[in-house]
Design a protein around this ligand. Structure first.
Ligand code: GMT
Length: 374
């Protein structure tokens, strides 16, 4: 197999699309690809030293005549420079705005011929794609790419419908390493330090605390559950809704039972302590955190939106409830947390499902096939 050179353009900060892009690059380097990340700062998960992985930082030009520094143009220019210097074969743009458009501009600028693959992740379509000031631009980015993928069937169908796209969009689900799981830290010790008693259950929600995540619903569900089951709630992450979530916890008198953890890196340790994960968003094209829960054998309650029902098998690895239906969510949570044998069954099925459908090695092969097709 030829040693292909791939440029990956992604957002480097905390967020699912950046995580997927970085993990993809690291796996491809294990398959003898040469990977060139092109981004504003080093992708946050890119910690390991690897002779097959390079990082090219985008310097954004600034000058008093600009009202806003032209990041998009600097990015396009950097991509073109890297294509020619490193002789890249493929640019894989993660998130349509502005990455797909910048990649297409760079393709025109560069002397070396490249193929552009765009992966759609979610709000690039469901929020930005329907903004009238951006719709045509995003449609152009999709139609002109040599191949396009979406992280769920739901996102593919929404893209086609909302943007009236005829072009083929292949569904490649998100993935997780299922065979290199590190042993979690001492769970009992962690629980003691967090003041979680041995007979208490643990519910968890991890997100960037944006409005679409409906963190308040998570707290309302917990409020109902803790009335009949000894439980603590871990709230992990940070974002615009953090303050309101904190206030709601005070108002409901739950401050001794809800643990705000802020942003955390070691998600695996957190799930090792947890019994039930909640992802009850209004929009969610996939929900990467569901895979992190499944691999640790933690069932999830998810909302019936976007790609969540493609990840959670309703009644087998958690439950799907309507967005905002905190009553049903609470009933399902109470059922799972009180029926030991049912929880055990769903926990085992969660681990099996993630291995069967979302394992990194099989999903990486899908991307490799697309690279070879173009
Ligand atoms: O689209 C976003 O909100 C940002 C993006 C990200 O960078 O975190 O999240 C999306 O992409 C993730 C990775 O593919 C998916 O797991 C998330 O479900 C998706 N977010 C939404 O659709 C809200």
């Amino acid at each position: 197999m030829m040693n292909k050179k791939i440029g990956i353009v992604c957002y480097p900060t905390v967020g699912g699309s950046g995580v997927v892009a970085t993990e993809l690059g690291m796996h491809l380097s294990d398959h003898d690809y040469e990977i060139h990340f092109i981004s504003q700062t080093m992708p946050f998960r890119l910690k390991r030293l690897d002779p097959n992985i390079f990082f090219h930082e985008v310097d954004v030009a600034n000058y008093p005549v600009f009202k806003h520094p032209p990041y998009d143009l600097s990015l396009a220019s950097k991509i073109a420079e890297v294509i020619d210097r490193e002789q890249l074969d493929i640019i894989h743009a993660h998130y349509a705005m502005p990455h797909a458009i910048c990649a297409l501009l760079a393709k025109q600028m560069a002397k070396k011929d490249v193929r552009v693959i765009t992966t759609l992740h979610g709000t690039d379509i469901t929020v930005l794609g329907i903004d009238p000031s951006l719709t045509n631009l995003i449609r152009f980015g999709i139609e002109e790419s040599d191949a396009v993928t979406a992280v769920s069937y739901s996102l593919r169908d929404q893209t086609k419908k909302l943007l009236n796209i005829q072009k083929e969009i292949q569904v490649v689900h998100n993935f997780i390493d299922t065979d290199k799981l590190e042993e979690p830290s001492d769970t009992d010790k962690l629980k003691r330090r967090l003041n979680i008693q041995s007979d208490e259950k643990v519910m968890i929600h991890i997100s960037n605390f944006r409005k679409v995540k409906r963190v308040q619903d998570v707290i309302h569900v917990f409020h109902r559950v803790q009335q009949s089951i000894k439980t603590k709630l871990l709230l992990v992450g940070d974002g615009p809704e953090y303050g309101d979530a904190y206030q709601l916890v005070q108002n409901l008198g739950l401050q001794d039972k809800v643990i705000f953890m802020g942003r955390q890196d070691n998600i695996h340790d957190l799930f090792a302590m947890s019994d039930l994960n909640l992802l009850v968003s209004e929009k969610e094209s996939f929900g990467l955190v569901l895979l992190e829960a499944m691999i640790s054998g933690v069932p999830s309650i998810g909302s019936n939106t976007g790609g969540i029902p493609e990840v959670i098998d309703d009644g087998e690895t958690g439950y799907i409830c309507e967005v905002g239906d905190v009553e049903t969510m609470s009933k399902r949570a109470i059922h799972l947390l009180s029926e030991e044998s049912e929880w055990k069954r769903q926990s085992l099925l969660s681990k099996a499902r993630v291995k069967e459908l979302f394992d990194a090695e099989q999903i990486i092969k899908r991307y490799e096939n697309i690279y070879y097709e173009v």
